[in-house]
Write a protein that binds this ligand. Structure first.
Ligand SMILES: [Zn+2]
Length: 80
């Protein structure tokens, strides 16, 4: 299963005696339209994405997050 946003290969979250292990590419669900804007928990607007993208997207809309991803990609290319 690949992340909807960054296309990385995702893994399932694991739980051991110390608690849940949250890898950066752990599989999560995200709302395409943030709940604070639409307020609906409809399955149709949910996508599977990695833990990192879910954290980074936060309360951003899809367009805002795409702009952030594009900016960080360009910045990474320039720093190499
Ligand atoms: Zn991702």
């Amino acid at each position: 299963m690949r992340c909807y946003y960054c296309n990385c290969e995702m893994v399932k979250f694991r739980t051991d005696r110390k608690g849940t292990i949250a890898p950066s590419n752990g599989q999560t669900k995200d709302h395409l339209i943030p709940l604070h804007i639409r307020g609906k928990n409809a399955v149709v607007q949910q996508v599977l994405c990695c833990f990192n993208c879910n954290q980074d997207k936060g309360r951003l809309t899809l367009n805002e997050f795409r702009a952030v991803m594009m900016y960080s990609r360009v910045r990474n290319e320039l720093s190499c």
